[in-house]
Design a protein around this ligand. Structure first.
Ligand SMILES: Nc1ncnc2c1ncn2[C@@H]1O[C@H](COP(=O)(O)OP(=O)(O)O)[C@@H](O)[C@H]1O
Ligand SMILES: [Mg+2]
Length: 467
């Protein structure tokens, strides 16, 4: 089993000057998150958070004071002494041998002489990241870091880390679990993961949803029947609970369970036994129950539509799955995963996305959550002529202009400025920095683009490749 949580490479730039981080953010694209602090001390503090994979340190601190020099050494020491050491790559404009010796001598993982060569820098970053991943895996294998192994689950944001944590904690015990979240947020994935990590893993996992089924059918599916229980019942039939003996039953959409079935389910949980339809002989069942709902069960209890005693019984251990719009940082990561999977499945040679595509994804409202994202990627991939997925491949209802579906709070001018900035950066990337082409792409004049670059404070490195 490849049980790895896919991760964004999280870079921390320690640099008083913002420009380098802006350039880096725009050239690295999805798969990397770039943060910046403007003081070395802040950098040391951030390292303690344990969420940094690599530090890029501006070695040529302007007017380096003796204090700053000490701080720089301290940063290197702090990074090296973490339980999972974080590599520090120094950036310098000074190509002399002494400088290189000093940098490596102080414990930096590598150094990089400016001017910026994106490919080379990416290589250094990726190599450092591989090293740190290996080191962490090793530490984990030795039992240092207790990072959960959650197989196919992807997501790196805080709320998903919390979910992983809860999954790992509850998997080992047979407690009933209630998964709450909108449709498509991964409730079934979580249920399967809990089962797979539990001592019941080599027994059955039975999933069942009562939605849109008539009550008699639900009863028959869950509890089974005796021969002759009703007309047409020619054979004994074991229900899902019995079929799952020793394993896990996943009851999806539990809010759709009719009242009489709720009573029968409660009995299964209380007495660990059930009776098939048409029989009064109890059958012992040993199952673990995982329930899921996208409805507000508490409200249903108040309204008398859900049994309170059953609710108490099933809600001992709750896991709330955040909707995708509340974890936008994970969108690019998930999109990449699905793109790889579908490219393979459909035998299409697609390599990644245009920046506009990612930006449209990130701004979408995602009422259908991860499932919707999966569908959108598959559809785009089928439509695309490659080599990258672009906005033109997105469904028509998609908000290609990236106008947020909710009215954002805060300053209108700031939001408009941000929007302009993203459009200009995307156009520059698409034209590899060629301003003439970028202006054409945006359908504005070159001189207006020039003014925009100034107004929006877009660094000139971004546009080095002059026509
Ligand atoms: N964290 C995740 N990582 C990878 N794939 C996911 C994740 N969450 C959901 N998916 C995928 O999204 C789809 C919907 O997930 P599912 O568990 O069926 O959602 P729900 O049961 O909440 O409606 C599935 O195809 C699933 O594989
Ligand atoms: Mg589901």
């Amino acid at each position: 089993m490849t049980e790895i949580i896919e991760r964004v490479k999280r870079l921390l730039i320690v640099d008083p000057d913002e420009r380098f981080s802006l350039v880096l953010r725009s050239v690295l694209g999805p798969g990397y998150s770039v943060g910046r602090v403007s003081a070395i001390g802040q950098g040391i503090a951030r390292l303690g958070g344990g969420d940094i994979d690599l530090v890029l340190l501006n070695w040529d601190w302007p007017k380096l004071s003796p204090v700053a020099r000490e701080e720089r050494e301290e940063l290197l020491k702090a990074a090296a002494s973490l339980p999972a050491p974080v590599p520090v790559v120094a950036l310098t404009g000074d190509g002399r041998r002494e400088t290189a010796m000093e940098i490596i001598g102080q414990g930096a993982y590598d150094f990089f002489v400016q001017p910026l060569d994106v490919l080379e820098l990416k290589l250094v970053i990726d190599r450092a990241h591989r090293m740190v991943t290996l080191a962490r895996d090793l530490a984990e294998a030795r039992g240092f870091a207790a990072l959960s192994h959650l197989g196919s689950m992807v997501g790196n944001c805080k709320s998903m880390q919390r979910v992983y944590d809860l999954i790992t904690k509850v998997a080992g015990v047979s407690t009933t679990v209630l998964l709450r979240g909108e449709s498509g947020t991964g409730k079934e994935v979580v249920a399967r993961t809990i089962h797979r990590l539990s001592p019941r893993a080599n027994k059955a996992f039975m999933a069942f949803s009562p939605s849109a089924l008539p009550e008699t059918l639900i009863e028959d599916e869950l509890f089974g029947h005796e021969k002759g229980a009703f007309t047409g019942a020619a054979q004994v039939r074991r229900g899902r609970f019995e079929e799952a003996q020793g394993g896990t039953v996943f009851l999806d959409e539990i809010g759709d369970l009719p009242m009489p079935m709720q009573a029968k389910l409660l009995r299964v949980l209380q007495e660990r036994s059930l009776e098939r339809l048409g029989s009064s002989a109890p059958v012992q069942v040993d199952i673990r129950l995982i329930c899921a709902t996208n409805r507000d069960l508490e409200k249903m209890v108040q309204e008398g539509a859900f049994r309170q005693d059953l609710y108490f019984r099933i809600s001992v251990f709750r896991i709330d799955l955040p909707p995708l719009r509340e974890r936008r940082d994970d969108i690019a990561l998930l999109a990449e995963l699905f793109c790889r999977q579908f490219a393979e499945a459909h035998k299409k040679n697609i390599r990644g996305f245009t920046p506009g595509f990612v930006s449209a994804l990130v701004r979408h409202g995602w009422p259908g959550n991860v499932r919707e994202l999966q569908n959108v990627i598959e559809r785009s991939l089928i439509l695309s002529d490659g080599p990258q997925l672009g906005v033109q491949d997105l469904p028509p209802e998609f908000n290609k202009f990236g106008i947020p579906s909710e009215i954002p709070s805060g300053s209108f001018h700031e939001a408009a400025r941000q929007f302009k900035r993203e459009m200009v950066l995307a156009a520059l990337r698409a034209s590899s920095g060629n301003r003439m082409k970028a202006a054409q792409g945006l359908r504005i004049s070159r001189s207006y683009l020039h003014r925009l670059l100034k107004q929006l404070n877009i660094p000139t490195e971004e546009t080095n490749a002059e026509e």
